[in-house]
Structures are given as C-alpha cells and as structure tokens.
Design a protein around this ligand. Structure first.
Ligand SMILES: C[C@@]1(CC(=O)O)C2=NC(=C\c3[nH]c(c(CCC(=O)O)c3CC(=O)O)Cc3[nH]c(c(CC(=O)O)c3CCC(=O)O)/C=C3\N/C(=C\2)[C@@H](CCC(=O)O)[C@]3(C)CC(=O)O)/[C@H]1CCC(=O)O
Ligand SMILES: NC(=O)c1ccc[n+]([C@@H]2O[C@H](COP(=O)([O-])OP(=O)(O)OC[C@H]3O[C@@H](n4cnc5c(N)ncnc54)[C@H](O)[C@@H]3O)[C@@H](O)[C@H]2O)c1
Length: 165
C-alpha cells in the first residue's frame, strides 16, 4: 500500500455504522471539512449530537448501495462483517473504501496518526498489529513534542515568504 495524504475538504464521505469506530473515523474527516453522512439504525450520543447540530447528516436505517454510489470515500464500520464485506464488493473500483473489520478488504487503511502543526506523522502495520501502530505513535508523540508545531509552522512561513516574487 502507498502512503498518501489526501485533501478531504468538500468531499462526500459515507459512513456505515454509528458506533465508536465510526466516530473515530468521523472526527478527523469533519475537521478536514468533508461532507459526512452516517447511515446506521442506531448511533452513539456523540454522533446523534453532531447530527442535531447539522454538522453531519445521519439516516437512522441500514445502509444500501445507492447510499454510497457517489461517495468519494466510503467507510464500512458496522458490527456486521457481511454488511462491511458487501460494501467493499458493491463499491466502484474508482471509489476509496475503508473496511474497519477486515484489513484484507477495501483499498484504504487508516493509520495511527498525530499532528504538530503542519507536521503529520502516520504509522501503519498493514493490519498486522494495530495496537503496535498505536504504541509506536505514542513513542513518536513524545519524541516530536508540541514544540515542533511552532518550529514547523515557522519554517512553512519562511518558505512561503521565499516563494513570493
Ligand atoms: C491504528 C488505528 C487507527 C484507528 O483506528 O483510528 C487502527 N486500529 C487501532 C486500534 C485497534 N484496533 C484494534 C484494536 C484491538 C486490539 C487488537 O486487536 O490489536 C486496537 C487497539 C485499541 O483500540 O487500543 C482491532 C482491530 N483493528 C482492525 C481489525 C480487523 C483486522 O485486522 O482485520 C481489528 C480486530 C477487530 C475485531 O476483532 O473485531 C483493523 C484495522 N485497524 C486499523 C487501524 C487499520 C490497520 C492499521 C494497522 O495495521 O496499523 C485496520 C485495517 C482498519 C482500518 O483501516 O480502518 C487504531 C489506533 C488508534 C490510535 O492511534 O489511538
Ligand atoms: N479499526 C479498528 O481500529 C477496530 C477496532 C475495534 C473494532 N473494529 C471493528 O469495527 C467494527 C465496528 O466497531 P464498533 O465498536 O464501532 O461497533 P458497534 O457495535 O459499537 O457499532 C456498530 C454500528 O453498526 C450499526 N449497524 C449494524 N448493522 C448495520 C447496517 N446494516 N447498516 C448500517 N449500520 C449498521 C449499528 O447500528 C451500530 O451503530 C466492528 O466490525 C469491529 O470488528 C475495528
């Protein structure tokens, strides 16, 4: 798999499932300015709350293929592995698909990641050991502490200045 950083601003994202894993996927996407629709018969309070605030759309019913036919990114995070598998099967080969329950399906893996300003560090074990990815991320968080945000952002401003005619 190829590591990629994708600009998600304005992109349509459909999330199947309304549990903790769906919420964990949803938060950074919302932060990036994606348009998020959650399709799930039930949802945790945090998701319901976001829907009430109209920051996301939530349809309280099981997912159907027509729900994600025009999505840029589809996240299959239901607790039914067959439903998640079906999503991976019905999605077009031109869509991005993340399947939370089976690392062999879909074409996108979510890494453990953190940011220090413009510095972003992401770690994946390719499904071998997600807990290890989390542990490595925690070690890197200590190595690259909060002070790096200021440092990197200053470098960025200087770069931008140099580019000006
Ligand atoms: C890095 C992180 C990012 C995130 O989720 O945000 C992430 N999993 C995290 C934690 C974690 N996940 C699991 C545990 C329980 C302990 C254990 O089993 O080890 C813990 C530990 C915990 O929660 O503390 C269980 C688990 N995970 C997957 C399966 C199914 C499978 O492997 O097939 C199962 C079994 C489920 C079951 O049995 O039902 C699959 C995936 N998990 C991925 C990412 C992708 C691969 C990335 C990689 O390999 O590095 C992938 C392929 C899916 C994807 O791409 O969405 C996040 C750390 C968050 C952080 O940084 O704080
Ligand atoms: N990637 C990871 O880090 C990781 C970690 C743990 C678990 N998992 C996997 O992620 C999945 C979700 O975990 P969770 O803890 O959020 O589960 P959960 O049980 O809390 O939530 C599942 C959600 O799926 C919804 N759902 C069920 N059938 C549906 C359907 N047909 N259409 C739409 N929504 C439907 C339910 O209403 C519920 O909201 C599980 O399959 C689990 O194996 C992944």
């Amino acid at each position: 798999m190829l590591p990629f950083f994708v600009r998600m601003t304005g992109k349509k994202v459909v999330i199947a499932g309304g549990g903790q894993i769906a919420y964990r996927r949803l938060l950074p996407l919302l932060h990036e300015g994606a348009y998020i629709t959650v399709i799930s018969p039930e949802a945790i309070d945090a998701i319901v709350h976001l829907a009430e605030q109209k920051r996301i759309t939530w349809h309280p019913r099981p997912i159907e293929p027509t729900d994600y036919s025009d999505a840029f990114l589809i996240i299959a995070a239901t607790n039914d592995p067959h439903v998640n598998e079906q999503i991976a099967t019905y999605a077009s080969p031109n869509q991005l698909v993340n399947v939370a329950s089976n690392h062999l399906l879909g074409n996108v893996h979510i890494p453990a990641s953190f940011s220090r300003g413009r510095l972003q560090i992401a770690v994946t074990t390719g499904g071998a050991n997600p807990a290890l990815a989390k542990q490595i991320k925690k070690q890197l968080e200590q190595q690259f502490d909060e002070s790096f945000a200021k440092y990197v952002d200053k470098q960025y401003k200087q770069r931008q200045q140099r580019k000006k005619p």
